[in-house]
Design a protein around this ligand. Sequence first.
Ligand code: NAP
Ligand code: MG
Length: 498
Amino acid sequence: MSDVMKYEHFIDGSWVPGESHEMMDVINPANQEVVAQVPKGTKGDVDKAVGSARAAFESGVWSAKSVEERAQILFRAAAMCMGNKDKLCHLESITSGATIRRTTNADVAMLYMALSGTAATACNLPKVEHATMLPLPMHSYWKREPLGVCAGITPWNFPLILAILKIAPALAMGNSIVIKPASCTPVTTLELAKILFDAGVPAGVFNVVTGLGSSAGNDLAQHPQVDKVAFTGSTEVGRQIAHLAADTVKRVTLELGGKSPLIILDDADMETATKMSMLAFMAHQGQICVSGTRLFVPRRMQDELISRMKAKISKMVIGDQMDPKTDMGPITNAGQLETIKRYIEIGKKEGAEIVYGGKQLTDGSLKNGFFHEPTIFANCKNTMTHVKEEIFGPVQCIIPYDDLDEAIAMANDTIYGLASGVCSTNISKAEYVASKIHAGNVYINTYHVIRPDAPFGGFKQSGIGREGSYLSLYAYSEVKHVCANLTPVVDLFGMLGL
Ligand code: NAP
Ligand code: MG
């Protein structure tokens, strides 16, 4: 316990102890050892952070800077993230269970691209746009202004990436922001606060309050001084956030759950189909909102696909996420492990057949961690509970099909619409299927590509709005139309005959 790191909130450019002095443990999900402690934030802490964000915003210390000046600071922050990458990757992996191989190869690059790319995109937005339709001598133009104080509430699966996809556009557009990270993975967001501050983001512009969603998160989502809430997490909490935000008509972006379909077409290359089917449900132990976990396979191909997946999975390394050889680490928290086990029991009861895995892993060095076998259910029906509902774990559900239109109809028969995949050697056919799927993202012959330069978000109950690309900059700004008459005639349309 001696090297347990102790953190405080990051408010107004300083480390600030929690008002209640109560702390929460942050553990390594591979062995349940405590790695850090963070404050259990209260309403008073949230008020302090929002107050400092509001004061910084009103002072113009950031909001009145030119977008180029802000971008310079964000470019510096991106470079400093690279300079601190070993520490960031270590902390991200040890708290979230992400393999160190992934955080080192992917997460840090995403962090860099999101910060620097979003800043560059903001510089390239038109500063003003002009109206031209009415044949009247007016100077009628519009420009984008920051919203004010934004709140970000983030989940535990990709703590850094999901925070930066909110922070980068919020800051690039001149807002202040307060982030409440997930209780089990708050540490890297706190480290990011320090980096942003050291890079030159002024005190109060970026704040982090740790604490429980049900208290600190709730207080933040309904705070009267907050203008926008950006949330990533479950659909259930997303609905609550939308309700909480409605009273003061806050802007809301929601990135919620999914149960994404992956359709293998009958002309698919079996090796590509195998890799895609595995990547879709096994990356980060299946704890990804876009995971492809309803696998529609031509009936005649089901057995071969299963045997190819089994051959590959049995060679994979499941264990300590901090070892670069590890392919799959632990489930991020005990609650999620229980959810996975519960859904596997439901699947069995409803008559789906387990052809691989199905159990928690408790042998040897895994005994104190939250490890679970990759699990494949064959011969599922799209209507089964474990197939319909989001599990958020390494559980693949194969639904054999006989007719492609039927498969597409089943793929769309869901409350969700976040992502989807199509595997085919015929790109025209794959793009036809892509056009028929009701989802915000379609991956063809790949999976899990989240790019900061492309829009990311869901149809239906998977969310509202988009992160990534210039669209995310729109989501952190208001449009102001200024209409200046260039003639002495005030009543231009003669409405009052003036
Ligand atoms: P969650 O409850 O939706 O939590 C996401 C974030 O919201 C966390 O920071 C959480 O804080 C906070 N929160 C919880 N209740 C809140 C409330 N009433 N008001 C304001 N903030 C609140 O997600 P979870 O419990 O960690 O995971 C449950 C399920 O969410 C998963 O099984 C999965 O289906 C889904 N999920 C989706 C994504 C995604 O990327 N779309 C990511 C993670 C989880 P605490 O951490 O303190 O609870
Ligand atoms: Mg929850």
